[in-house]
Design a protein around this ligand. Structure first.
Ligand code: PSU
Ligand code: MN
Length: 304
């Protein structure tokens, strides 16, 4: 038996068939500084509730796979040191070894599916890193989207990545990339990336219907729902490029590699933008939480 620990609220929602939205925890432990990380995790849960669904923040605490955290557990995680960053490869290792770990997009999708949750809100997904032709650094998030039937609501992918190559890999893997309400693929802090999104939907009903249709057609994998940051909160693409270039140069100079790359770049960009990047990050996450709750509600209505 897997040491699965579902919060009472999530267990009840699953029993009753009420909408649930999964939330990841790497954003708390590796994606944001303290104390904004705890504050944001709480606000993301509140945003899901406010939009009519139950939030299920996912993490491994001392070897227990938690689907839904109490406020106390959120607090512990937000302050914990040496928390593992868990992707597909690491999830069973942390559970077997009794460790504490935060789940990335890939691991959160796996855990959500395991718990019967179909919709997941995050900030940005991992993707193909710049210089991947040399480093081969491609996030496991992309492959997970092709394997696990969870719709992931994200504000696109960060401009620290190679966005054209990220879209190409998603296409190769057969992952539908759907921009919401605009033709362009959004670039996290910015609504625009200069790249056309492969698909565009303007209605939440359509997002839920295609999610359901994938299963009916017998396809594995989920959808990437690319929800642009609200206009009032965005930082223009050209402006972010300066911070991104500097952060990337620093990472290279310091020989940062593997799992450490994304957290390093996020922290560096936070410093370089004097915290503006974080403010935008929080706004887009809450925006994604609301949309994800809407999709989860729609899926409950449609039924299985
Ligand atoms: N992108 C962000 N913020 C994040 C992450 C990505 O804008 O916090 C985290 C997510 O958990 C994502 C992970 O799944 O980083 C990707 O890491 P990697 O590139 O090592 O696969
Ligand atoms: Mn990587």
């Amino acid at each position: 038996m897997i040491p699965l620990h579902m919060s009472a609220e999530v267990a009840e929602a699953r029993r009753a068939g009420t909408p649930v939205v999964a939330l990841e925890s790497t954003i708390i432990t590796h994606g944001m500084p303290s104390p904004q990380n705890l504050d944001t995790a709480r606000k993301a849960e509140a945003a899901v509730r406010g939009a009519g669904a139950v939030p299920a923040t996912i993490a491994v605490l001392k070897g227990q796979l938690h689907i839904g955290l109490t406020d106390k557990e959120l607090q512990i995680l937000s302050l914990a040191r040496d928390v593992m960053k868990l992707s597909r490869a690491d999830l069973p290792i942390a559970i077997a070894a009794g460790k504490t770990g935060a789940t990335t997009v890939a691991a959160t999708m796996i855990a959500a599916h395991f718990a019967g949750i179909e919709v997941f809100a995050t900030g940005g997904i991992g993707g193909v890193h710049r210089g991947a032709d040399q480093s081969f650094d491609i996030s496991a998030d992309l492959r997970e989207l092709s394997l696990t039937p969870v719709s992931v609501v994200a504000a696109g992918a960060k401009a620290i990545l190679d966005l054209p190559k990220t879209l190409e890999v998603l296409e190769t893997f057969g992952v539908p990339v759907i921009a919401v309400g605009q033709d362009e693929f959004p670039a996290f802090w910015s609504r625009n990336s200069g790249l056309a999104a492969p698909l565009r939907y303007d209605r939440v009903e359509a997002l839920a219907l295609t999610h359901r249709m994938r299963r009916k057609v017998g396809l594995s994998g989920g959808q990437l729902i690319a929800n642009p940051i609200p206009e009032a909160d965005e930082i223009p693409f050209a402006e972010m490029q300066i911070a991104v270039e500097t952060a990337l140069a620093d990472a290279q100079a310091q020989g940062i590699a593997g799992k450490a790359v994304t957290p390093f770049l996020l922290t560096r960009i936070y410093d370089l933008t004097a915290g503006r990047s974080l403010k935008a990050n929080i706004a887009l996450l809450l925006n994604n939480a609301r949309l994800a709750a809407g999709i989860a509600r729609e899926l409950s209505k449609i039924g299985s």
